[in-house]
Design a protein around this ligand. Structure first.
Ligand code: BT5
Length: 328
């Protein structure tokens, strides 16, 4: 590896921005601020890891379409901090296997990790949904990622994070595949009526404000039908099943981080509008199952804090912050 992780990241970022095209070593060196002579040495570990980087005999260097591999330097190099970003630079930790990426990030958050720290794993052995439900996380099929944020928000507005994160997930899927999924309140990302992704957002309060939030996203990327259990198979889909194309998980992670950075920097109103435009259930009659029982009514939209507005059968409008929704 090179002098620092940042040098390597800049180099991979430069190669990815010219993906599939031949560029001169001088160009790469100029973008990544490296001497041409150090390039080959720096790139060897990445070539050994499986990145198809070719050095041409007459000079020039090319990154061919890479397989579904990733490394932190790729993610860092392709997601440099944007000028408008409210976050420090992304700090990815990529694991082959873990229990739940949300648990790893929570543990690091308690130890003081900063906003922008994130963990992605190729496999989770105890991937979680809400209320103790399971998130099926077979190896190298899905993107299982948790992002640490330390937003300056009162707990009463924590619902905004679900809205922002759902919209960023939809943006990322569209950026990579051209497919624009729909959002089913509160945390499902759907394609053709099936669940493509789910979000698990865990917030830690401190004096009525959000001390930190862990944004967990599970996105089904390369699953075949048999990769889902029989119970989930009929309800779930993957980008492969929906499009016939095997996308790289790293490309989706990069798109997700870029979308996140953009949405976080925007006024919440823009995310709310995007959410409304992508909503599967707005305007419909729905049944909500909440901790306080079942409610029927019409889903009207989101309020300024990100909570759902539901018009009950007797006409009264109430705000709901958690629950499960079913179309009637
Ligand atoms: C969710 O819960 O949809 C949140 C899923 C969050 C997963 C991510 S992965 C990275 C991070 N680390 C974690 O441990 N979790 C987060 P919920 O709305 O409760 O939905 C759970 C239900 O979805 C299950 O009961 C199944 O019916 C269904 N399900 C399970 N695995 C699925 C999959 N891979 N694709 C689609 N549906 C699934």
């Amino acid at each position: 590896m090179g002098l620092t992780r940042e040098h390597d990241a800049a180099l991979l970022g430069a190669l990815f921005s010219a993906r599939g095209q031949r560029i001169t070593p001088q160009d790469v060196a100029r973008i990544a601020h490296l001497s041409p002579s150090s390039l080959q040495q720096m790139l060897t570990p990445y070539i050994d890891a499986g990145y198809p980087i070719e050095f041409h005999p007459q000079g020039g260097i090319c990154l061919h379409e890479p397989p579904d591999i990733w490394c932190a330097e790729e993610i860092m190099g392709r997601c440099p901090k944007r000028e408008y970003s409210l976050l420090p630079a992304w700090d990815p930790l990529l694991l082959a296997e873990t229990s739940s990426t949300n648990d790893v990030v929570r543990e690091q958050a308690r130890k003081g990790a900063r906003s922008g720290f994130l963990v992605a794993a190729s496999r989770q052995t105890s991937g979680r949904g809400r209320q103790g439900r399971k998130w099926e996380s077979p190896p190298e099929r899905g993107l299982y990622v948790s992002i640490l944020l330390r937003p300056d928000l009162p707990m009463t507005e924590a619902g905004k994070l679900t809205v922002l994160s759902s919209v960023a997930t939809v943006d990322a899927v569209e950026m990579v595949s051209g497919l624009r999924p729909q959002i089913k309140w509160p945390n499902d990302v759907m394609v053709g009526g099936r669940k493509l992704a789910g979000l698990l957002i865990e917030t830690e309060p401190k004096a009525a404000r959000v001390a930190y939030a862990v944004i967990g996203i599970g996105l089904n990327v390369r699953h075949e039908k048999e990769d889902f259990s029989p119970e989930v198979r009929g309800l779930a889909t993957s980008l492969y099943l929906a499009t016939g194309h095997l996308y790289r998980r790293a490309d989706l992670l990069v798109a997700l981080l870029q979308a996140f950075e953009k949405r976080l920097a925007q006024p919440f109103e823009e995310a709310r509008e995007a959410w409304t435009a992508s909503s599967l259930t707005l305007g419909q009659r729905v049944t909500l199952t909440t901790a306080r029982g079942r409610k029927h009514g019409q889903a009207l939209g989101l309020d300024e804090s990100g909570a759902l507005l539901l018009r009950g059968d007797s006409g009264e409008v109430e705000t709901v912050t958690a629950g499960d929704m079913q179309a009637c």
